[in-house]
Design a protein around this ligand. Structure first.
Ligand SMILES: [Cu+2]
Length: 287
């Protein structure tokens, strides 16, 4: 009995210290550090909280195992020169302990199924309901071999590009976004072309959705922090389904900016688009 109390007290102290270190790590510095990866959306935050919660439990259980092993190794060891009959009794099994451990594990797993598993899924499903994404910014995403093309139908932008002409995804912070995902090639309307499956993945947003030929898929999320690919590589669109030779390079920069900066960017895109259409002679010269 004395040994059980001793193990419990040591576990309280050592486990408390480990827990304190873990929580400090989780909460260290700004939102983008800590044990989990870079998170910048409402969906990513669900995963972040699940990870933090499970880590705090895992640390406590890990410390219990470490304390039990260390205590037993020291307290019940056979000393030098001691005959086994003089040493503390050695046993291989303890039925009560095994029973308690199994029941405890089952109870913990059931609790983890409720939280963070079911509660997290509930949060993710709720985040996908259109009524929870009022005034959403619509971004049409065309996945082709090997490029992501972003159109903003509400703003008349056909293909958003940066100043170097590469596709770029710009989003205002804290406004819901509705991605409309399709796999097709708006630039080359070949007949009999075999379009392939791509996967729309933005690591920092905690989402990945397959883009399947012939299907239109919808994905809602809310960017929660002003950031960009330059700040952290996790903030980028990356194809996550092997789709041919250019698959690893099928990426696009992402910029999450203030509403004001987004409005300015929209004007810039419209201007860019008008000058490109002019160059191509698609829009007649008014002069
Ligand atoms: Cu792809």
């Amino acid at each position: 009995m004395g040994d059980l109390v001793a193990v419990f007290v040591i576990w309280l102290v050592a486990g408390g210290l480990a827990e304190w270190a873990t929580v400090s790590w989780i909460n260290s510095g700004p939102w983008d550090s800590g044990p989990y990866f870079y998170v910048a959306s409402n969906l990513g935050t669900v995963g972040l909280h699940a990870f933090d919660f499970l880590l705090e439990f895992a640390v406590a259980i890990f410390m219990l195992v470490v304390v039990m092993i260390a205590y037993s190794a020291v307290r019940f060891r056979v000393r030098r020169g001691e005959r086994p009959s003089q040493a503390p009794s050695q046993s291989r099994y303890n039925g009560t302990f095994v029973g308690v451990w199994i029941v405890g594990s089952i109870v913990l797993n059931l609790l983890f199924w409720i939280h963070p598993t079911a509660s997290g899924l509930e949060a993710v499903y709720a985040a996908q309901l259109p009524q929870n994404n009022k005034n959403a910014l619509i971004v049409d995403v065309a996945a082709r071999q090997w490029e992501w093309i972003f159109s903003y139908p509400q703003y008349g932008i056909q293909q958003a590009v940066n100043n170097q002409g590469f596709d770029a995804l710009w989003l205002p912070v804290n406004r819901p976004v509705e991605f409309v995902l399709k796999s097709y090639d708006p630039a080359h309307n070949y007949e009999n072309i075999d379009y392939v499956i791509h996967s729309f993945w933005i690591p920092a947003f905690g989402v990945k959705e397959d883009v399947v030929p012939g299907q239109t898929r919808y994905l809602y999320l809310i960017p929660t922090h002003i950031t960009s690919t330059k700040t952290n590589e996790m903030v980028r669109v990356q194809c996550a389904e092997v789709c041919g030779g250019g698959h690893p390079y099928m990426e696009a920069d992402v910029h999450v900016v203030t509403p004001q900066a987004f409005a300015a960017w929209v004007q810039h895109q419209k201007h860019l688009q008008a000058s490109i259409l002019n160059l191509e002679g698609i829009v007649g010269d008014e002069s």
